[in-house]
Each structure stands twice: as C-alpha cells, then as structure tokens.
Design a protein around this ligand. Structure first.
Ligand code: ZN
Length: 426
C-alpha cells in the first residue's frame, strides 16, 4: 500500500491553541494516520492513501495537550458519517445532560439554546421537548440539513465570529450555549471563544463537554486520539484560557461516557451563578497527578509502545499457530488502534453494525467491513475489539460467539484474551 503525505490537506501551527505560547514540546509521537472516519469504497483502494501526522504536543506555559498538525476542515468533514443518534449510550447521556442543565440553571420557556457542533440534533431535541427554542450549528452539511428537516434548525456552517454576529442579530442572545466535543474539535479556539462571549450576557452560561486528558492517560484511551480531536483538555489550562475572556468555570463534573469525559459550566466573571467546590477539587486532582507536566505524557507514550509490543507478540504467536483473527467495531478508534499498534496485517476482516460502513474498507490497513453476523459464518478464532471502550457490551452481546469457542482480545487498559472460561476477568 502506498502512503503519501499530501501537504495541502494539512497545515501545522507553531503555538499553543489556548495561550498562544510558542514553547510547545512533542511528548507523544504517533504514526501518521489516515483520517479515522474515512472508510473507503472498493474503487478508491487503488488510490494513494493519505496519511496525516498525529503527534501530541504539550504547551510548557499553560500545560495544554494538543495536536499541532491540522487537517484541512473541509477535507476532514466532507462525507462525514459520524452521527450521535446512532449510539444509544450517547442518546441517553445527552438526555440526562440536558435534564441536569435545565434543573440547575432553569431557563425560562422560549429561551434560546444554541448547540455548537450539534450533529444530528440529538441533544437539542431534549431541550426542544421541554419548550425551549433551539438552534444548532454544524459544518457536516448532510447531517445538518437532515436535522433541520426533522425539526431541529441547524446552520450548516463552521462556527466563527461572523456567524455569531449573524446569530445574535437573527435569533438574539442564547441563555445556554453548549458544545459537546466540538470544543476539542476546533483549531481556532480564540475566535470561537470571542464568538461565544459575544453571544452571552451576565445571565448566560456556556457548557462544554470534552474527552478528559486525565482519563485518556490513566485508562490509555488511545482510541480518542484522532484528527478531529485537536485538543486533549484538562482544567488547569482551560481555567487560564477562560480568564483571558473575563470568564470563569463555575462547575465541573466527570463522566464515564466514551471512556471518560469532563463537563464544564462557564459564565462571565460577574455572572449570576455561584462557583461550586467541584472546580477547586478537580484542579487539585490535576495538580497531584501532574497531568500538565511533559513527564506524565512521555510516560503515557512509553506505555503505548509497551502495549504495541505485547499486542504484536500475541497476534504473531496466534498467526504462527494458524489461528484466524478478525476485528470488532469500525469506529474511529479502530483507525488509530490499527495504525498505532501496526496490526492491519493480522486482521482478515472487521465487523460492524453500521450499514454505511459495511462493504467499505477501513482507512487504516484497508480491511473489509462485514455485518456483525458474519462472525457466526466465518467463525474467526479471535476477535480483536477495535472499539474497546465498549468491550463489556460487545462481549455480553456475543455470548454465542464465545459458546462456539471464539475468544475476544481486549487491548486496553491491559491486554486480555477473554473466552468462556475467564469472562468474569473483564
Ligand atoms: Zn499554552
């Protein structure tokens, strides 16, 4: 397979995304990787495979961990198929997330809720059902237009300063602005924050949810590292960042969704809500764990290399013994896992429930994606779980595969082979 770096499809910034310091240091070097969500059609297999750098840097001034190589957004989000409504766990999470915001901040009826990176409108639906006005912004055109058709008005654009002016004029000031994961997806956070600030007043709040760096490092969530995620947020640098805009974090909570996320609520420094104790508590945890120090990230990088050696050793020995191996889950995390662990050569096929991916080929390693039931036909000896934050559910749902003598391989946080005799070890 030919791999080629296509330079006009990505660029590199030379400073920290949050504090603009140029004192940035490479801490987790990773293999250049294809864009994680771009599953390929058969006719595209002969084309050169575009890979982009995926290295993690830390800012020595504010401690923010980030990618500095930026994939051109129009390329990254064209044919974007990721849809939050397809994940039952995420839908449930959004419901409780919306309910808890409504309970704690009690917006009056008809208040405007703006969701940046609203995807298919899954979160906004819960606000709309409670009698609030809702507006979404999402650059994935197809998904945005579909949401609008289904009653969640969604502007199919990237959120920026110009768009916030337009929103303010046409819709007024939102009482609540949410950004779920979008906050990790954006390169120009300074401009985004200026836009959000412009839309807010003393009574508004901004609520963000990001995958949490502490969880990424502690639980080895390698699969959350892909090109859409420009930032791997922790609170210490974010706190400095929000202060720059005369804003403050007033509440934080950790969640187990997608392996580990952090929800933060932000307001103007002279805003109407009281800051609670959760903020200092989490800042203290971050200090103790040294999460904003280069050494911690370098240790994480060493752990990844150790895992890679172990996984390759295991898969090699299976192959020598003529065992067949397939992959479970054509998620974005799979692209990172296959590329970083360099395991494409061991995997015969991947299975996934997502019909849009079936019949296509994985961006990393160009492995065919089959429907999940295919495991009962092909009966591979081993299934390596590529979407491993869902390992427990996947194994639970496929007891039949274990009963037929199959084994699952779970790579993280520790490498484990699960079969019918040791299922409870997971
Ligand atoms: Zn910085």
């Amino acid at each position: 397979m030919n791999q080629k770096n296509t330079f006009n499809l990505f660029s590199k910034r030379n400073n920290c995304r949050l504090c603009e310091s140029k004192d940035v240091q490479l801490v987790v070097p990773l293999n250049p990787t294809p864009v994680a969500e771009k599953y390929l059609l058969k006719k595209d297999l002969s084309k050169e495979n575009i890979v982009c750098p995926l290295d993690l840097y830390i800012c020595n001034d504010c401690g923010h961990v980030q990618l500095l190589d930026i994939v051109e957004p129009n390329f990254l989000y064209s044919d974007y198929t990721y849809s939050s409504g397809t994940s039952k766990g995420l839908v449930k999470h959004f419901e409780s997330y919306a309910n808890s915001i409504l309970e704690n901040y009690k917006p009056i009826k008809n208040s405007l809720i703006l969701d940046i990176g609203s995807n298919d409108g899954t979160l906004l639906k819960f606000f709309k059902n409670k009698g609030l006005r809702v507006l979404g912004v999402d650059p994935a055109e197809e998904i945005a237009n579909k949401a609008t058709k289904e009653g969640i008005e969604t502007i199919p654009k990237f959120f920026n300063l110009t768009l916030s002016e337009e929103i303010l004029q046409k819709y007024g000031s939102p009482k609540i602005i949410t950004a779920n994961n979008a906050f990790a997806h954006m390169d120009n956070l300074d401009e985004i924050m200026k836009g959000i600030h412009m839309l807010m007043d003393k009574s508004s709040i901004f609520v963000f949810e990001v995958s949490y760096l502490l969880d990424v490092v502690e639980k080895v969530l390698l699969g959350t590292i892909f090109h859409e995620h420009h930032s791997y947020h922790s609170v210490t640098p974010l706190n400095i960042f929000f202060n720059k805009f005369d804003m403050e974090i007033i509440h934080l909570e950790r969640n187990t969704i997608q392996g580990g996320s952090l929800i933060g609520v932000v307001q103007f420094q002279d805003g109407m809500y009281k800051k609670d104790e959760s903020v200092d508590k989490i800042l203290e945890i971050e200090k103790k764990s040294n999460i904003t120090k280069p050494e911690t990230l370098k240790k994480f990088s060493e752990n990844l290399n150790h895992s890679k050696n172990q996984i390759n050793k295991l898969l090699n020995s299976l192959l020598i013994n003529n065992k067949t191996i397939a992959g479970f889950g054509a998620a974005r995390s799979g692209t990172t896992l296959i590329s970083q662990m360099e395991i494409a050569k061991f995997i015969d096929f991947i299975v996934d429930d997502n019909k849009f991916k079936q019949g296509k080929y994985s961006p990393a390693g160009q492995i065919i994606v089959k429907p999940t039931e295919y495991i009962y036909e092909a009966k591979p000896d081993y299934l390596i779980i590529l979407a491993w934050v869902h390992s427990k559910n996947i194994i639970k749902n496929h007891q039949k595969y274990l009963d037929q003598g199959g084994s699952f391989i779970v790579c993280f946080p520790e490498l484990k082979v699960i079969n019918n005799s040791n299922m409870n070890d997971l």
